[in-house]
Each structure stands twice: as structure tokens, then as C-alpha cells.
Design a protein around this ligand. Structure first.
Ligand code: SF4
Length: 483
């Protein structure tokens, strides 16, 4: 889901341990340490949980030794992500001995997938809470304080946490996530998300605008609208997306879809740069493309996961579009937004994938020449149709060889795309110091490319700066501010 450039960054994607520091409510006496793994939705959920717990007497801390409660916000997208959590839990043996009162909880997708079973398998764990049950945390903590283990993994048909103001954690004070939908109805045969995050439901646009207004008042300059599948956003008064068809004509007429939400946000906040993730090609509409082209403040980047370049494999993945239709959407995007950047998700080695299917993936990449991408070897997820009905029959070494070829091709195309910026001026939103030098700013252009440039003039994080690009790698642009 979070889509920054370069392979190393991508590989780290699964494990974004981020510790937090938040003073919060001074009367709060307890401390919670939240460590977040996986996607942007999880990042935003950790912020929602910090907000819920701040009303239950907990402030966040970066010092795990000080924590009364440790929460791991987990990812289940691949087997490796879950193994990482189990390894991390081993590290807590000593801590639990030193601080026997400290409680350990698992939240997020792995918690939802494994439910009570975690308590049997991981003795250290006291609390298991799923992505739709965070509002119940105060009650679950009462159970912990009464010496019991606590579990709530109920999925919801309504929950969007619309009224909860997230606590911006690990924030650069410039860009923030705003969730607009939860869950997914698409049932791609390789994906565990529909089982761990439930059915699709959209958030009231009024609460989305109110949250962005709050961010704007605090001088944030960029928001990323989040959802497993933002294109199927549809507000019609609450409830599941799948129940929309049964609504009366009046309700349908007044419904707000994703293109309309983009218009609303862009029009109401002209000084805020707007990004969104993640799109699904089968739901991605021409209206969304037109909204992006119409508003200067909607970032010119689209993450459009395709997973394979073979129609036969797409059908097995239950992806409801053909490669021809996908190419038509790419062409339409480039026609309406010539300076757009496009990124991808690819899976190498899905069940029954032949060399011919793999070559079709490489051919699609040659057609699109993506700016960057997230590429993984197929990892069977328990409970999915892929696990139940299909053999994981592509040998591991073949998966890795094909993955290498896909990554190498992407590297080549990323460099090709980055070189297009050389000699040009781009508008960069400063996010902070470059990791490598505090004499340089780091920011992103509208196409979501990382730009590093020397500190000249009195710019600050949150400023939009014109930068003349004079060099690049496949992952980073380098330049000088136009002062
Ligand atoms: S669209 Fe498919 S891959 Fe994406 S979250 Fe939904 S089921 Fe998973």
C-alpha cells in the first residue's frame, strides 16, 4: 500500500517498526508503546488507537521499558510478516520477566486472522484485538487489569472510526493519512485482507472534511486518502457497499463516489496536496482521472496494482479486468495527465504461472514503464481461495528468479522515468532533513518522487519549493532550489 520508491525501501515495507513519542494528556498516568508493521492503513489505525487510549489514561511512549501496555500492530499480507511478529515476541521474554505487570497485545491483521489461537501459541500475549474492535480497547484493558486475557476480533458492518480524531504519531507535521474506507469486497484469491478487514464500508464525507480541516488548521500541507480500494468509495448514509443497490432512487442520487469526494476535498482545501492509495484497476474510473486532471492540488501519481501481465493468471487471481482493459486505462491516464507517474504491485510465481505468463508480465512492464513498484514472490495465505483451491506449484527458486527479473526491469524503468526530470523544475513539498545530510532538505514532487536539495534561502518543512533537477538515481532526484 504505502508507495515510496526503491526496492530496498520496498523490502522494508513489511517491517516498519515505528516507535512513538507523544506527551498527550498530562493527567494520563499510564504509558502505551505501539509498534506498527505493514501498510499505511495500519499506520493510521495506530493513530486511531493512540487517540482511543489517550481517553483511557494512556499516553504513548518511545521507551518500551516504561510501557504499561505494549501493542504490536501486525500485518498478515505474507507469511514473512507474521514470522517477524513471532520473532519480535521472543524479544519480550526478558522484558516480561523485568516488568511482569506490563501487558502485551496484538492488534491488526494477524490478530484478526489467528484470533484466540494466538493466546494458545504465544503465552506472552495478553490481548488480541482486531481492526474493527479498537473502540472496545478501554473495556478489554479493564479485563487485563482484572487479571484476565482479553480478545475482541469481531468484524463490523459500520465501523469507520469517523468520529475519532487520530493522534498524529511519528509525524513530520507536514503530511498525514486520512482513512476514507475500510475493508474490501474484491476477494482476490491471493489476498488475506477481506478476511482480516471485513466488508467494504465508506466514511461520511463530512467527517473526512472535518479531519482535513483540523489538519489544515495545524498547518499540515499534504493528506493521503486511504483505503484498501479507494475507487470503490461510496457514501450513501452508512452501511456496506454491497447494500447500495437495494437503496431507493433518492438515496442513490445523493450518494458520493470517489471522484466526487476528490472534487470536494480538492475544492475545499486548495492549498493542501492530495494523494490517495490504493486503487484497483477494475474500479478505477475515468471520472477519477478527470478529477485529478482538473485540480492542480491533486498529486499526479497513481498507484495501480496489476499483480500479473497474464490474462490467464489474472482470472485465477479473481482480478476482474483484462490486460487490454488495463492498458486502455493507462492510456487514458496518460492522455488526461501527461506528467503523471504510475506505480505497480506485482506478484511473481502465482499458482500455475508459466514462463509464458511471466514473459507477459515483463511485456506489460515494457508497455507501461512504471515509475516504481512493489514486487513480491507469491506467499500462500491461509483461508484464501488460492490456499484452498490451488497448488503453490511454482518452485521457490523459479519464483525468486522471476522476481529478480521483474525487479531488475523495474529498476531500469525507474531510472528511465527519473531521468525525464533532469533539467526540469519540479514543485517539492519539504518534509524534513535529508537522512544523509542536515545540509539538505528532503521532500517529494507531485509524482511522489523523493527530491533531495541543498538548503538555500529560508525554506522550512511544509514549504512548497521550486527545485531545478540536475541529477538522479532510480529512486531519488537531486537538485537546487530556484531562489
Ligand atoms: S483489492 Fe484484492 S488485493 Fe486489494 S485488498 Fe482487496 S482483495 Fe486484497
Amino acid at each position: 500500500m504505502n508507495k515510496n520508491r526503491n526496492d530496498k525501501q520496498q523490502m522494508k515495507e513489511e517491517l516498519q517498526g515505528s516507535s512513538l513519542d507523544f506527551i498527550g494528556n498530562k493527567t494520563n498516568k499510564k504509558k502505551v508503546f505501539i509498534e506498527t508493521y505493514g501498510c499505511q492503513m495500519n499506520m493510521n489505525d495506530s493513530e486511531i488507537v493512540a487517540s482511543i487510549l489517550s481517553k483511557k489514561g494512556y499516553n504513548t511512549t518511545t521507551d518500551i521499558e516504561q510501557a504499561d501496555l505494549i501493542l504490536l500492530n501486525t500485518c498478515s499480507i505474507r507469511d514473512k510478516a507474521e514470522r517477524t511478529i513471532r520473532n519480535r515476541l521472543q524479544h519480550f521474554n526478558g522484558l516480561k520477566k523485568a516488568h511482569p505487570k506490563t501487558k502485551i497485545g496484538l492488534m491488526g491483521c494477524m490478530a484478526e486472522r489467528l484470533k484466540e489461537k494466538i493466546l494458545e501459541e504465544e503465552q506472552l500475549v495478553d490481548l488480541v484485538v482486531g481492526p474493527d474492535a479498537y473502540r472496545d480497547l478501554p473495556h478489554l484493558i479493564n479485563e487485563l487489569e482484572d487479571g484476565r486475557k482479553a480478545v475482541n476480533v469481531l468484524l463490523s458492518k459500520e465501523e469507520t472510526y469517523a468520529d475519532i480524531e487520530p493522534v498524529r504519531l511519528n509525524s513530520n507535521g507536514v503530511s498525514a493519512f486520512v482513512s476514507i474506507t475500510r475493508g474490501c469486497d474484491n476477494m482476490c484469491t491471493f489476498c488475506v485482507v477481506p478476511f482480516t478487514r471485513g466488508r467494504e464500508r465508506s466514511r461520511n464525507p463530512k467527517s473526512i472534511l472535518a479531519e482535513i480541516q483540523n489538519l489544515s488548521d495545524r498547518n499540515f500541507k499534504e493528506v493521503t486518502l486511504l483505503g484498501q480500494n479507494v475507487d470503490s468509495y461510496l457514501w450513501y448514509g452508512g452501511g456496506l457497499k454491497k447494500d447500495f443497490a437495494a437503496q431507493d432512487e433518492e438515496t442513490k442520487k445523493n450518494a458520493v463516489d470517489f471522484a466526487q469526494l476528490l472534487d470536494l476535498v480538492a475544492t475545499n482545501f486548495p492549498k493542501i496536496r492530495i494523494r490517495f492509495a490504493t486503487s484497483n484497476p477494475q474500479d478505477f474510473s475515468l471520472e477519477v482521472i478527470k478529477s485529478m486532471a482538473k485540480h492542480r492540488n491533486i498529486a499526479k501519481h497513481i498507484h495501480l496494482p496489476v499483480q500479473s501481465g497474464s490474462d490467464r493468471i489474472l482470472a485465477l487471481m479473481n482480478r476482474k479486468h483484462s490486460i487490454a482493459a488495463y492498458k486502455e486505462k493507462i492510456d487514458a491516464i496518460r492522455q488526461y495527465i501527461p506528467d503523471v507517474s504510475i506505480s505497480q504491485d506485482m506478484i511473481a510465481g502465482f499458482s500455475t504461472e508459466t514462463e509464458q505468463d511471466h514473459q507477459a508480465t515483463l511485456a506489460l512492464m515494457d508497455y507501461v514503464k512504471y515509475d516504481f513498484g512493489f514486487m513480491f514472490a507469491y506467499s500462500v495465505r491461509p483461508g484464501t481461495l488460492g490456499a484452498k483451491k490451488m497448488e503453490d506449484d511454482v518452485p521457490h527458486h523459479i519464483k525468486l528468479r522471476r522476481l529478480r527479473e521483474i525487479i531488475d526491469k523495474q529498476q531500469e524503468h525507474s531510472l528511465y522515468r527519473m531521468k525525464q526530470f533532469e533539467g526540469k523544475e519540479v514543485e517539492v513539498l519539504i518534509e524534513g532533513n535529508s537522512k544523509k545530510s542536515d545540509q539538505h532538505w528532503m521532500g517529494r514532487n507531485s509524482q511522489n518522487a523523493v527530491v533531495i536539495f541543498e538548503k538555500k534561502g529560508n525554506f522550512q518543512p511544509g514549504d512548497f519549493v521550486q527545485v531545478k533537477i540536475d541529477d538522479c538515481t532510480s529512486a531519488t532526484l537531486f537538485g537546487k532550489p530556484v531562489v
